[in-house]
Design a binder for this molecule. Sequence first.
Ligand code: GDP
Ligand code: MG
Length: 437
Amino acid sequence: NLSDKLDKAFHILKGHGKITEVNVAETLKEVRRALLDADVNFKIAKDFTTKVKEKAIGQDVLTTLQPGQLLVKLVKDELTELMGGDVAGINLSGTPSVILMSGLQGSGKTTFSGKLANYLKTKKNKKPLLVACDIYRPAAINQLHVVGDQIGVEVYSEPENKNPVEIAQNAIKHAKANGFNVVIVDTAGRLAVDQEMMDEIARVHKAIQPQETLFVVDAMTGQDAVNTAKAFNDILNFDGVILTKLDGDTRGGAAISIKSVVNKPIKFVGTGEKMDAIDVFYPIRMAERILGMGDVVSLVERAQEQFDEEEARKIQKKIAKNEFGFDDFLSQIQQVKKMGNMKDLVGMIPGASKAMKDVEIEDDAFKHIEAIIHSMTPLERSKPAVIDVKRKARIAKGSGTKIEQVNQLMKQFEQMSKMMKMMQGPGGKNLMKMMGG
Ligand code: GDP
Ligand code: MG
């Protein structure tokens, strides 16, 4: 994959003292090959490496970074820039704001319509209405109703009406009359770009004048994605791109190419079939992911999201008063477990994904820790300082562990208490800084 290729490319630079025309050329050739393999358009890959090369050569060799690191940074910055630099928002200014989905059949329009409705409902406090304008397959209307039921969002459809323009217009009237503030219009796609589909979506677009027209594209389609994006953009002049199926064998290439060919921001990504598998697109994270640097920010955010606010406040108070104990530690572990599969989490930590690739991580990795804590008395849990050698031996025996394991846990606990003191403050922003910076 692309990360491995780039790893190899950067490896060439290792051991060299400074960036020279010769070693940078060799490495960037590998970078270019890697990009091409990831389906990045040839011209884009070439321009990209030329740009990085210009920046790399003549870099101050007195920098504290190794040449390899410096080049990684340059490649990362340049990739980020190429994918749009900043995060692009979504326009929700209308009353209601109308969002039109476009894209080929199977790209993930219907699924994403549901995800977006769910996201706007739960995260942005909106009242969305989903509209079924795929009139060619009865199953399509059904599919949207199933999605709507799952997330508790109303779906507007007219099974007998064969005119998507009318359906969309009626839906907007319905939304206005019933207090919906966002209208998400799901449309029909075809397997390939054809005139009829383009005419139809253009008619709907013209009739409803959406605040946001989104082009949905399957990230796995690589080079084809660029041509499709161009065709839709020529007709609709869309506002943003949705990159779906990034959970698959991802080809970061599509993100890079689409952005540079149509010059429209990628706004969201789809990372699974479930309704919560949606993420705002962060160019820098995508660049890091492509380069195999792990997605630390996502990890931290995911952790924060799962972390019960109330619980957090309680624990912060305890830390402040030096009352953080093993019961709190236990509930922290439960929080971590809620975040999901351990392997997924470890995979998001930079450097760890590689090292841990062949290591089996069991989801019950915390089994021993929980057993040990359960063997402690309430006093020991709330005042860990009282745990002496004698108590340790009893705890080890009671939990069926070795005294070394108890010692190890005590140490981990101390470290964690220390760290939590350091990251005090709303939202654990300091932790993010620590991990990211
Ligand atoms: P549409 O024809 O454009 O409406 O596409 P659908 O929404 O029906 O999606 C086509 C298929 O792709 C369905 O089986 C979806 O479950 C699947 N799908 C959509 N988005 C994602 C995603 O982000 N990840 C994965 N793995 N599958 C997805
Ligand atoms: Mg559909």
